[in-house]
Design a binder for this molecule. Structure first.
Ligand SMILES: [Zn+2]
Length: 83
């Protein structure tokens, strides 16, 4: 499985969060970019550099995409406690 937030790959089933539950967390202010130790996936880091985006701009883009998402989320052990 792969974490939907930090893209860490792990071998167990991870932590599944229902879509509505995840959106509730986002509405409550959850922002992975403010989680201590959060590592941007390499692909996003490359995009950030290429587009000259700040971390807060990336966070706004992530939030917009996350709120449009309609599937459940699967999180790793590091991200899950922050929800
Ligand atoms: Zn994670």
């Amino acid at each position: 499985m792969k974490c939907d937030i930090c893209s860490t790959v792990f071998s167990d089933a991870g932590h599944r969060i229902g879509n509505s539950e995840f959106k509730t967390a986002i509405s409550g202010g959850f922002n992975p970019y403010e989680v201590a130790g959060f590592q941007l996936p390499k692909s996003m880091l490359a995009m950030q550099v290429a587009m000259g985006m700040s971390k807060s701009e990336l966070a706004v883009g992530w939030r917009t995409r996350a709120l449009q998402d309609t599937t459940d989320w699967v999180l790793c052990d590091a991200c899950h406690p922050n929800i």
